[in-house]
Design a protein around this ligand. Structure first.
Ligand code: HEM
Length: 148
């Protein structure tokens, strides 16, 4: 029970960190930025990456670790698979911004870099997906979606 509580706690705080880092990235992004700002964005993106890993670790353990409901409770629910699909979508959307930040953070801190418009949109769509997932999580936690 204690471990399950800890995993749920980790799952939640990771979501807070993901939302915090994505909102910060979105607020800091501008069409043109000096490399020193890209470096800051890259650091925030690193926090985002760690939060995604801890979210995934806690989620996988809740699902497969047998610390709460049985594994089949989730595996047999299509809403859970939809939730996982959206999570994978978020992961895929974050690849390009992450690579862009890493590639452009080094060098003269004052040098100006043009940020591709698509990066703004990728972060926006990631945020929308992160805000949709808790609805699916709430439904699946109640067993809605499971055949009777
Ligand atoms: C951005 C991604 C995610 C968000 C926003 C999210 C959100 C949530 C929320 C809000 C809950 C609590 C549901 C409730 O008690 O009403 C939850 C529970 C859970 N999540 Fe996630 N989750 C995400 C990713 C994942 C992933 C990747 C996995 C598995 C690999 C996962 C597995 C679980 C499990 C097993 C539970 C326990 C449900 C229960 O109480 O029975 N989650 N999630």
């Amino acid at each position: 029970m204690t471990l399950e509580l800890l995993l749920r706690y980790l799952h939640f705080v990771s979501i807070f960190a993901i939302v915090g880092s994505l909102v910060s990235e979105h607020l800091l992004l501008k069409p043109i930025l000096p490399k020193k700002s890209i470096d800051l964005l890259s650091k925030i993106d690193g926090i985002y990456g760690l939060a995604v890993l801890s979210l995934l670790g806690a989620g996988l353990t809740l699902w497969l670790g047998g610390h709460g409901k049985p594994t089949e409770f989730y595996s047999e629910n299509p809403i859970f698979h939809f939730k996982l699909g959206l999570f994978v979508g978020i992961g895929l959307l974050s690849i390009y911004p992450t690579v862009f930040f890493i590639k452009n953070r080094k060098g003269d801190p004052e040098e100006i870099v043009t940020v591709p418009r698509v990066i703004f949109w990728m972060i926006r769509i990631e945020l929308v997906l992160v805000f949709l997932i808790p609805i699916l999580a709430g439904l699946m936690a109640k067993g809605i979606g499971l055949g009777s």
